[in-house]
Design a protein around this ligand. Structure first.
Ligand code: NAD
Length: 420
C-alpha cells in the first residue's frame, strides 16, 4: 500500500493516528484496520471540450471506514487531487463523523482538474461522467458526496440528476450540499464557516478572550468556508484585517469591508485588484500579528518552515490539514490554541447530515432549528475534545483523534471482523 503514502497529507494523518493510538493505548487490531481505506476506486473521466476534442481526467472515490454508517465526504475538483490525498481526506472524514457523533463513515472523492479552466458546459459534462463512473459505489445508504474545493451546489445538482437518471427516479439524498430548491437544507451553504466561528467563540471563552472590535482576524482562503466565516466574525464585531485566495491576499489594518469584498469577488471571481486594501502575499497573511488565524483554503500551507512566523493566539483549521504535524507542534509550543480541522470544520458535515435526514423524511426544518442543532453538537464536541486533551495532556489535534477513535473502537469491537 505504498502508494497511499505519496501525499504529505496521508503521511500526516497516518502519523497522527498512530501517535494518538499510542497515547490512548488503542487495541493494535483496531489500529491495523483504521490505517488503510476500505475501498478505493480510480476512474478515467473523458470529456468532450468545447473545441470538439476529448480530454481525459483522472477521478477517484475512496471509502475509508463504514462501521458507523454510510460513507460521507466531499468531491474535490483540483489539479493536485490524487489517490493518496483523497485517501487521507477520506480518513479525516471517518474521524470527523465519529468525533461529532453522526452516523456516517468516512469517504472522499475528486477529479484531477482545474475547474477554472473549463467552461460551464465542460464542467457539467465532467461532473456527469464522473458521477456515472462512481455511481456503483455511491447512494443514500452507501456513500453520500458533498461539495469541497472547486465544487458547489450546482455540481451537486448535476451529480444528483445524473444518479437519478441512471436509477430512473429522483434520488435526492445521494448527495448533500444541494441547492435548497431541489432538497438542500437551509443553512448548509454557510454551515462550515458558521461552525468555524462557533469553535472560535468556544476557544475565546476558554482562553478568557472577549471577541469584539479589538479582535483581529486573518483568513486564508475566501471560498465556501472562509467567506461565510468572515461574515459571521464581522457580525460578532471582530475586525477581519486580511483575507486571501489563490491570487494573493488583501490587508486593511482598520478592518476590511467584507460586504464590499464579497461584492468584488462575486463580480471578479478573485480578490486580486480589490481597491480598498493593500496587497499582501499568502505568506505575509500567515505572519500577521492577529488574534485569530483561519487557514481555510488547502492543506499543507503552514509547515515547519513558516510556522514560527505565526503570531495568532487562536488558529482555527477551517481547511482540512492546513498545518502539518510539525507545524502543529511548533505553534502549540509557542502557546497558540489550535482548533483541529476534524472539529473546526465539522459544521459542514453536520448540516449535511441534517440535509440527508430532512431529505429522507421529506420534512424540512427552518434555519433557526438547523443552526441551533449545529451549535449544540459542536459545543458538546468541543468540550469533549478539551476534556480528552486535559486527560492525556496531548495537543488538540491528537485529542480530537483520540475522541474519534474511542467511538470507532467501541463500534468496531461490537460489530467484529467479517469473517471472524
Ligand atoms: P473553495 O473552492 O470554495 O474555496 C477555496 C478558497 O481557497 C478559494 O478562495 C481559493 O482561491 C483559495 N485557495 C486555493 N488554493 C489556495 C492556495 N494555495 N493559497 C491561497 N488560497 C488558495 O473550497 P472550500 O469548500 O472553501 O474548501 C476549503 C477547505 O475547507 C478545503 O480544505 C476543504 O476540504 C475544507 N472543507 C470544506 C468544507 C465545505 O463544506 N466546503 C467542509 C469541510 C472542510
Amino acid at each position: 500500500m505504498n502508494f497511499l503514502f505519496e501525499s504529505p497529507l496521508f503521511q500526516d494523518a497516518f502519523e497522527t493516528l498512530t501517535s494518538a493510538a499510542t497515547t490512548m493505548n488503542l487495541d493494535p487490531n483496531i489500529l491495523e484496520r483504521l490505517k488503510y481505506p476500505k475501498r478505493a476506486l480510480t476512474v478515467s473521466v473523458p470529456v468532450r471540450l468545447d473545441d470538439g476534442t476529448i480530454k481525459t481526467f483522472l477521478g477517484f472515490r475512496v471509502q475509508h471506514n463504514m462501521t458507523i454508517g454510510p460513507g460521507k465526504g466531499g468531491i474535490r475538483f483540483h489539479p493536485k487531487c490524487d489517490l493518496s490525498e483523497t485517501a487521507a481526506l477520506a480518513m479525516l472524514m471517518t474521524f470527523k463523523c465519529a468525533l461529532v457523533g453522526i452516523p456516517y463513515g468516512g469517504a472522499k472523492g475528486g477529479v484531477q482538474v482545474d475547474p477554472n479552466e473549463l467552461s460551464r458546459q465542460e464542467l457539467q459534462a465532467l461532473t456527469r461522467r464522473y458521477a456515472t463512473e462512481i455511481n456503483m459505489i455511491v447512494g443514500p445508504n452507501i456513500d453520500i458526496p458533498a461539495p469541497d474545493i472547486g465544487t458547489d451546489g450546482q455540481t451537486m445538482a448535476w451529480f444528483m440528476d445524473t444518479y437519478s437518471q441512471l436509477k430512473g427516479y429522483t434520488v435526492q439524498s445521494v448527495v448533500t450540499g444541494k441547492p435548497v430548491s431541489i432538497g438542500g437544507s437551509l443553512g448548509r451553504a454557510e454551515s462550515t464557516g458558521k461552525g468555524v466561528v462557533f469553535c472560535i467563540q468556544f476557544a475565546a471563552e476558554k482562553l478568557g478572550m472577549k471577541l469584539g472590535s479589538n479582535t483581529t482576524v486573518a483568513i486564508h482562503g475566501f471560498g465556501k468556508v472562509g467567506q461565510p466565516a468572515a461574515d459571521d466574525l464581522v457580525a460578532l464585531g471582530a475586525k477581519v484585517v486580511a483575507v486571501s485566495d489563490v491570487t494573493g491576499g488583501i490587508y486593511n489594518a482598520k478592518g476590511l469591508n467584507i460586504k464590499s469584498v464579497n461584492e468584488w469577488v462575486q463580480k471578479n471571481k478573485f480578490l486580486k485588484g480589490y481597491p480598498e486594501a493593500e496587497s499582501i502575499s499568502n505568506e505575509q497573511l500567515f505572519a500577521l500579528d492577529v488574534d485569530v488565524l483561519v487557514p481555510a483554503a488547502i492543506d499543507g500551507v503552514i509547515t515547519k518552515d513558516n510556522a514560527h512566523t505565526v503570531k495568532a493566539r487562536i488558529i482555527a483549521e477551517g481547511a482540512n490539514g492546513p498545518l502539518t504535524k510539525e507545524a502543529i507542534q511548533i505553534v502549540t509550543k509557542k502557546g497558540a490554541f489550535l482548533i483541529p480541522d476534524i472539529l473546526c470544520n465539522a459544521g459542514g458535515v453536520i448540516v449535511s447530515y441534517f440535509e440527508w435526514v430532512q431529505g429522507l423524511q421529506s420534512f424540512f426544518w427552518d434555519l433557526e432549528e438547523v443552526n441551533k442543532r449545529l451549535y449544540r453538537i459542536l459545543r458538546q464536541s468541543f468540550d469533549k475534545v478539551c476534556a480528552v486533551q486535559e486527560q492525556y495532556r496531548c495537543d488538540m489535534k491528537q485529542a480530537a483523534f483520540i475522541t474519534a477513535v474511542k467511538r470507532l473502537e467501541t463500534a468496531m469491537k461490537l460489530r467484529g471482523l467479517f469473517p471472524s
